[in-house]
Structures are given as C-alpha cells and as structure tokens.
Design a protein around this ligand. Structure first.
Ligand SMILES: Cc1cc2nc3c(=O)[nH]c(=O)nc-3n(C[C@H](O)[C@H](O)[C@H](O)COP(=O)(O)O)c2cc1C
Ligand code: SF4
Ligand code: FES
Length: 613
C-alpha cells in the first residue's frame, strides 16, 4: 500500500513537472529537443512514463518522443545519476592520460566506466571529443567542463560531488581566473596562440559592420560577400555569397539564418574560442546575413557539450537587444527585424551535417535529409535557410566592416582570408591559431612547437593523415583543406591504432540509415584490427581499399562519404606500416563477406546497380 502511494505521488510529481516544462516551451512539438533536455536534466532520464506524458502534452504520437530520446547520447530512457561525469576518451585524451584519470574516477566512485554508483547519484561515462583537446584530459560533469585532469583532481571532484557541492561551484573554484566573464564558470582556457587580421581581432565595436551593411541594399551586401570570395569555414568550402544569393532568391514568405556551432569533428575547438571571446562578431555576422537574405530569425545550434556557454551567450543576446542590434527595427532600420534563438544539441556528431542539424532544430531525430532539395530551397520548417559555420559569419561581419577588397587581399590566390586552426596532440603550444591561407603545414608545426612529428591528422577523422612528405603543402581549399582540426602525432604514437580509434568514432556516430556506412565501417575496422593484431594478409590491403572506396561512394551523407578516410589516407601515406604487419597470403583466402549482397539496400537507395559501378 505504502509503495503504491509513493509511486502515485512520484507519478503526480512527474506529471506536473512535465506539464510545466511543456508549457514553458509552448507545447510546441518543434521544441522537442528543449523539452526532453529539460526532462533529462530534472529527472536524470526520460522514462517511458515521461515519454507518454510529453506525447500527450504536445499532441504527438509517443513514438516521435521516443525516436528523439533514443537518438541523442545525452538523453536516456534508463535512469542515470543526477550527476553524470562524461570523460572524453578520444585520441588526444588517450595520449594525455585518459587511462590514469579514468582509473582514479572509478576508484573514487567505486564503479566502472558506464556504471552508476549504488546510491544512484553519480554516473560515470565515456564520450567522444568535447572540444577541449588543447587541455586534455577533459570531462563534462553535467554541463560543466573540467580540463587538464589529474588523478588528484578526479578524487577531489568526486569528494566534492559526494558532499553535495554542485558541479558548477566546483568548476568555478578549480577554474578561478581562467575566464574574464563570471557567466562562464569553467576551467576552460581559450589558449589563443596566434591572432590573425580577420577573426581574432578586437577592433569592431558592436553594430559597426551592421550599420555599414544596412546602409546598402541586401543585394549589395551579397555582392560584397561574393567579391570577397568568402568560402565556408566549416569544412566543405562552399562560397558563402552564392549560398546567400540562392537562398534569397528561393522565394517564400519566411527564411532562416542558421549558425552551425556543433563543432563535433574530433580535434576541433576554434568555434568554442570564438563563442567565448567574440560572440558579438558572430551575432553581427548572423544579423547581416539575415538582412541579406530577407530573414527575421536566426538560430544558433550549440552543441550539447558547450552548454556551459549558454548563459553567457543568452546574456550577450539580451545585451544586443538592449543596444537595438537585435529585435524590431535593428539599428533603427525600418522593415528590418531580426532576432536569434539558441537551439541546444544533445551529443550527436551527425547533427553537424547541415540537414541533420535542421532536423534537430525541428525537434526531430538528427537524421540527414535527402538532397536535393538543398536547405537554400527547403530548409528549416520547409523554408529556405542558410546554414553557415561560426567562423564564416565572423568573416562576413569583417568583410562588411573593412570591405571585400581588404579581405580578398589576404590569404592565397584561390583561398581568400584566414583560417582558424585548432592544434592539439604532440606539440608544446596546443591552442587556436589564425593563419593566412597559403601557410605551409611545416610553418604551422613550427608555430605550435611540434618537433619530430611523424604524422598530422588534418581536418579531423573525416580529413586525412599526412606524413613528413606533405609538410610543405599549404593550408587552403585547393591543397590541404580543413575545417580547422589539426592533431599532431610524435614518434611514440601508433598511427594504425589512431586510425582504429577514428573508425570506432564513425561506427558509434553513424545514424545507421544506410548499409555502406552502418555495416561497411564495422567491416573496415574489423579488417584493420586483424592487421594490427598481426593476423593480416596482403589481400587485406586491397580489401580495405576497395571497401573503403565503396563506402565513400555509396553512403548517403557526408559522414559515410568520409568515414573510410582514416584507413584510406593511412594506406596511401603510411603504407609501410601496413605492409610490415601483413603476412604472405594463404592460398584460397576467403574474406567471408559478399560486398554486393551486403550493399543491396544501399545501392538501391543510391540508385546504383553495382558497388563497383
Ligand atoms: C558528419 C558531418 C559533420 C559536420 N559537422 C560540422 C560542424 O560541426 N560544423 C560545421 O560548421 N560544419 C559541419 N559540417 C558541414 C556542414 O554540413 C555544412 O557544410 C556547414 O555547416 C556549412 O557551413 P559553411 O559553408 O560556413 O562551412 C559537417 C558535415 C558532416 C557531413
Ligand atoms: S552515411 Fe548513411 S548511415 Fe551514415 S550517417 Fe549518413 S545517412 Fe546515416
Ligand atoms: S576533448 Fe578529448 S579529443 Fe577533443
């Protein structure tokens, strides 16, 4: 009887809390991410009962709620502790002492990674890169970031948590003095090592570029961005002005400006630095884009790992509203209203892909959408939308302030401007560097104090692993293109094990929709591991090459199309590492896998007859 009463009381609590949360978000199904994030924060899970209640409140089928909850790493149906410690176990953290720190957390908590303490209060998990590679080992404790972790720090954090001290207070104490703004209560140090002339530069007062843009027509603004030859800084390098023009011309009543601050590519943390140091520059760029394409709404999609920045960014947005730089009649301009909201992610790398990001903003699973139509035709809520990287918007604001000619004269012939690099790994000065396009990899390594470097992963796991023969190559769109991640590996690192870790990342982050990505990456990793274990044969190298190319060709979205790169680029640039490990071919070797059969579904989706076509 007592149990039933207690259960009823808990259900009532849950019901009223969920009503309150749903009311707060206007019972709007497109705000599903905010709703489930709040429920997760309040109850440590989104239970089956909670899903039913949310579905009822928001008038959707329960399966819609469930599909969101099961998609994102930071959401869970099963109860977790009120405190969740997420240790980054990505490659850089592994190089900097993850094992030591993880052991200390396990000892202090009396659980293994992946478990919750017996009192149900604290959960210890692992996670992929949290954008703190310049100060690894790092961890998230709920929304707070802890960096440069040691065994002692792990014990201290656990002790304080067990005494009921909230993570934000612990972070504030440990990180004292790291951040100028008290709203950023973290241990994060931004490690700006080199300021270039374009982005990491403090000479733009809020509103300066905006006023110049508003004195022009929207088409003139777009013309300036095109003349400056600004290309996207998020990785793909699409010309920004062309995207804006296309979106403006797409017609329809409503258009959207979306900033991609998902920054999920392991090894990338330069957007984190912009968001902390130069949010005004970013918001200025987004508002200018809004004016150019005829939009009154901007969305900043902020990765769940950067939740520690949210209060600060909200404060900055409120400040700009007060200054007349957001809201109705921006800068007094009749007929131009523009405001920005923040959409939090919840731990999914695929949500950096622009169509997945749009799905997530719409309150759905972060599944990629078919293209065409492109977001510029049919994006957020079916309306024409631009999606640009944080750094791209910052460059646009600078272009409007200083002029397209000024911008275009920096950088190299095919790549105008500068690029922010996030450098981590085996170097003395990890951090963020703003370099002009055209800078060689050798120069970059020298700046970062890297010596004896045997390999550099340029552009994150989806990029390429290059060796000393490539250090003369230049950072630019036509040579070594990168969204900014640069991981440095010294002579003590096992490059094939690094490639294996990257494959693990892609397997975990695949949305599972198409077979080449879902199955192909697992098969690639298995074969790579066989080689690493010394059980490989020469034919395995051809197999890796062939299957890798097929996965690239037949996958539906950018994740699968780049996921074999860790293997393909090491096969190309570090082949002796493979050949040293493979034995002479045994006769009659059978890989035990029929490529055509495995890929039947995928090939049908991709409209191809054969994996070899
Ligand atoms: C799996 C995947 C993850 C991505 N992650 C990001 C990201 O975190 N940030 C980003 O700006 N672009 C990311 N992109 C690229 C975006 O799809 C898109 O091209 C970019 O946001 C466009 O902005 P830009 O033209 O300013 O670079 C990702 C792409 C893929 C396929
Ligand atoms: S390639 Fe396919 S399975 Fe992989 S993330 Fe993209 S849609 Fe999902
Ligand atoms: S924070 Fe761990 S690899 Fe980036």
């Amino acid at each position: 009887m007592l149990f039933i009463d207690k259960h009823l009381a808990m259900s009532k609590n849950l019901q009223s809390a969920i009503q309150e949360i749903c009311d707060k978000h206007g019972k709007d199904r497109t705000r599903m991410m905010d709703i489930v994030r709040d429920v997760q924060g309040e109850f440590g899970c989104v239970s089956s009962e909670a899903m039913d209640l949310i579905a009822k409140e928001v008038s959707v089928h329960r399966v819609e709620v469930e599909s969101v909850v099961t998609f994102y790493a930071f959401l869970s149906e099963k109860p977790k502790g009120k405190v969740v410690i997420r240790l980054c176990d990505d490659i850089i953290d592994r190089m900097q002492g993850y094992e030591r720190v993880a052991r200390a957390f396990c000892e202090a908590l009396g659980v293994e990674v992946g478990q919750t303490t017996p009192d149900g209060k604290i959960t210890l998990e692992r996670t992929a890169c949290i954008g703190m590679c310049d100060q690894a080992p790092a961890a998230l404790v709920n929304n707070e970031v802890f960096t440069n972790l040691t065994r002692d720090a792990a014990y201290e954090i656990v002790e304080k948590l067990q005494h009921g001290i909230p993570p934000e207070k612990i972070a504030r104490r440990l990180g004292d003095g790291n951040n100028a703004d008290p709203l950023v209560n973290s241990m994060v140090n931004n490690n700006i090592r080199k300021r270039g002339p374009v982005v990491l530069h403090w000479d733009l007062a809020p509103g300066d570029a905006m006023k110049k843009a508003l004195a022009m027509s929207p088409m003139e603004v777009i013309r300036d961005v095109k003349t400056a030859r600004l290309r996207g800084r998020g990785g793909a390098g699409f010309p920004a002005g062309m995207k804006w023009e296309f979106t403006r011309g797409a017609g329809g009543e409503k258009r959207y400006v979306i900033c991609n601050a998902d920054e999920g590519e392991p090894g990338t943390f330069k957007d984190r630095v912009i968001l902390t140091e130069l949010p005004d520059l970013l918001f200025e760029g987004m508002a200018i884009a809004g004016y150019a394409i005829g939009s009154d709404t901007g969305i900043l999609y902020l990765r769940g790992e950067y939740a520690y920045l949210r209060a600060y960014l909200e404060f900055k947005l409120a400040q700009r509203r007060k200054q007349g730089l957001l809201g109705k009649k921006v800068c007094g301009k009749k007929d131009f209203d523009f405001d920005i909201r923040i959409q939090m992610g919840a731990g999914a790398y695929i949500c950096g892909e622009e169509t997945s990001l749009i799905s997530s903003c719409e309150g759905l699973r972060g599944d990629p959408k078919n293209r065409p139509p492109f977001p510029g035709q049919k994006g957020y809520m079916g309306c024409p939308s631009i999606v640009n990287n944080v750094e791209t918007f910052c460059c646009a604001a600078r272009i409007l302030d200083k002029g397209p000619g000024w911008f275009a004269q920096t950088g190299s012939t095919g790549s105008a401007g500068t690029k922010l690099l996030s450098i981590s790994g085996d170097c003395n000065l990890p951090g963020v560097y703003e370099v002009e396009f055209g800078t060689t990899l050798k120069e970059v390594l020298e700046m970062a104090g890297a010596s004896n470097t045997v390999a550099v992963q340029v552009g994150g796991p989806s990029g390429q692993m290059v060796g000393p023969a490539d250090y003369g190559r230049r950072i630019c769109y036509d040579d070594l293109a990168t969204g900014g991640s640069m991981m440095v590996f010294g002579p003590d690192r096992n490059i094939l094990e690094v490639a294996d870790k990257f494959m693990e990342f892609f397997i975990e982050e695949s949305c599972g929709y198409c077979t080449p990505c879902r199955v192909g990456n697992v098969l690639l990793r298995e074969r790579l591991q066989k080689i690493i274990e010394g059980k490989g044969e020469p034919a395995d190298l051809d197999y890796l090459q062939e299957l890798g190319e097929t996965v690239k060709r037949a996958s539906r979205c950018g994740l699968g199309q780049t996921s074999p790169n860790p293997i393909l680029s090491t096969l190309k640039n570090f082949r002796p590492l493979y050949t040293a490990l493979v034995k002479e071919e045994k006769s009659g070797f059978n890989p035990g896998f029929d490529l055509e059969e495995e890929l039947t579904d995928a090939l049908a989706i991709a409209g191809r007859k054969s994996a070899h076509a």
